[in-house]
Design a protein around this ligand. Sequence first.
Ligand SMILES: CC(C)(COP(=O)(O)OP(=O)(O)OC[C@H]1O[C@@H](n2cnc3c(N)ncnc32)[C@H](O)[C@@H]1OP(=O)(O)O)[C@@H](O)C(=O)NCCC(=O)NCCS
Length: 345
Amino acid sequence: MQARPLDPHDDAQLRAFYDVSWRAEMDDGRPWNGHWTYDELASMLRDTTPEHRAAGLAAYDGDRLVGAGISMWSETDNVDKAYVFPMVDPPARGRGVGGALLEAMVEQSRAAGRLTLTSNAAYAGPEDDQSPPVRFAATHSFHVANTEIQRQLRLPVDDALLDEVDAEGEPHRDGYTVRTFIDDLPDRLLPSYCALVNQLIVDAPSGEVDYEANALTPDSMREHIAVQRRIGRRVYRSLAVRDGEAVAQSDLALQTEGDTAVQSGTYVHRGHRLGAAVKVANLRAVQRERPDILRIDTVNAETNSWMVSINERLGFEILAVAPSFVRHLEPRTSTPTRRSRSRAT
Ligand SMILES: CC(C)(COP(=O)(O)OP(=O)(O)OC[C@H]1O[C@@H](n2cnc3c(N)ncnc32)[C@H](O)[C@@H]1OP(=O)(O)O)[C@@H](O)C(=O)NCCC(=O)NCCS
């Protein structure tokens, strides 16, 4: 096995890389799993920003691409961390490709000074320390940092249920206005929206790994929105607004193809039933405007009982166990390379 950096601007290479990643996630007996579309993966690897860096590492057996590794990191926050995700074509599994790919990404991260490595996986329950991905992770010195549960909601949700959930929260929401925006947000709401999104990673239960706040700014958010719009990834954002500021947000991203939306984050100032309000608002808007969207995927820590209870009330059903893994690295003792400060993978 030979691992080579992926050139994301080489269309043929990127297509082969994507196809392997798709088969690894969607064609290995997990029909409930979700995956990026080609356009989403291409954009992630091509349109990188200081806040969202990503790189691919391709594993070859001779001329054949058999493994696709993705690393992600930020240059503006959590600079001690990198996320790594190896995927191997199902027919090529069990021969060490995944392990070699993962270790190659680990070494790249170590060289870049990223000493806290995270990864994740999804397998059909129940929770099991001997499940194949957990064993694979353990072989490579990753352990479970947090156990999350992947859930799915089939659409449409009955309007009567949405009305009921909304009405229950109504008495607690005096002074808050809930609004839904598609793709763009008004300039006046961007700073408070970014503050919510930046804080989400700090307060969402993440088990053993502590994250510092993200560093999105209104300018970088505008760029991000422009990219999502260009690739045709509609994002529904419902906000609760009070005194001109966003105090709760929920983002629902519609994939660029297919019938799936991904619930990507909800962060609210607590105590006013705003979480349910912004989720209901997104559901109403998507059901009204996009009847072709038939499922919403989400992942929550089981310790996030507040968010899980809202999801269960809305009808989300358990699909899979989704462990997050961590591996702590020792710094390299030899002289650092010239690239070590600026490159994460
Ligand atoms: C996990 C994955 C990358 C392993 O790839 P691989 O090339 O089979 O890995 P290796 O040959 O180096 O290691 C095989 C080990 O992985 C584990 N494994 C995980 N999923 C497996 C699968 N579907 N088939 C075979 N082995 C699997 C087994 O425990 C096996 O160990 P064993 O030999 O003791 O039984 C691959 O199964 C995959 O692409 N899974 C989907 C993506 C994913 O979950 N990636 C993140 C994992 S942290």
